[in-house]
Design a protein around this ligand. Structure first.
Ligand SMILES: Nc1ncnc2c1ncn2[C@@H]1O[C@H](COP(=O)(O)OP(=O)(O)OP(=O)(O)O)[C@@H](O)[C@H]1O
Ligand SMILES: [Mg+2]
Length: 198
């Protein structure tokens, strides 16, 4: 099973990805946990470029995310799934659809196409989008925003809108959750949804 977590910065992705990976492992399942951008040596280098680096054109940004994702699929995610393991990823393709496709106006379809080729069509079985408003996101992220986090409130709102459009487009795969609920409660709901799914 391939599960991904999505949402604004500070929405609780890492918290829920870790809770889920731990819970699955406690059941004796073999779990590979990963994050984007990153998760491979090339990916970590690309992450650094994207989050700390120079200004870049919008398609260059989208292509760098896709490059890191291609590497992650090829070297980590596909081999794990082929070996019958579960994969839990903190962000995946829907981040690009919401950020580059919608918020940066490149087009959700166009950005999906780039990623479809780069990932050989791999999509998660289930994706949880943790919804928090732009102000909650800012509060939780605190004092050290990265290049993309510095974009401000209006941009965060666009990303949130983008995730809602993506959720509407992939109804069978994407679950929207209220990210302001307590972490334990969210975790239980996620477990329940996954049991429904499998
Ligand atoms: N459901 C929740 N309710 C309240 N606070 C939460 C919740 N989930 C996480 N937090 C807190 O919010 C902060 C951000 O959480 P977390 O790091 O999991 O988010 P993230 O989506 O991974 O953020 P980033 O995009 O910056 O990596 C942390 O301090 C965490 O403890
Ligand atoms: Mg995180």
């Amino acid at each position: 099973m391939f599960v991904t977590f999505e949402g604004l910065d500070g929405s609780g992705k890492t918290t829920q990805a870790e809770l889920l990976a731990d819970a699955l492992r406690a059941e004796g399942r073999d779990v590979v946990a990963t994050r984007e951008p990153g998760g491979t040596p090339l990916g970590e280098e690309v992450r650094r470029l994207l989050l700390e680096g120079m200004e870049m054109s919008r398609w260059a940004e989208a292509a760098l995310f896709a490059a890191a994702r291609a590497e992650l699929v090829e070297r980590v995610i596909a081999p794990a799934l082929d070996a019958g393991k579960d994969v839990v990823s903190d962000r995946f393709v829907d981040s690009s659809l919401a950020y580059q496709g919608f918020a940066r106006d490149l087009g959700i379809e166009e950005v999906y196409e780039l990623n479809r080729v780069a990932t050989r069509g791999l999509l998660p079985d289930v994706t949880f989008v943790l919804e928090v408003d732009p102000d909650t996101s800012a509060e939780r992220v605190g004092q050290s925003p990265d290049r993309i986090e510095r974009e401000g409130r209006e941009f965060r709102q666009r990303i949130l809108d983008g995730y809602r459009i993506v959720a509407g487009k992939y109804k069978e795969r994407v679950v929207l959750l209220d990210g302001t609920r307590p972490p334990d409660e969210l975790h239980e709901e996620i477990r329940g949804r996954l049991r429904e799914h499998s």
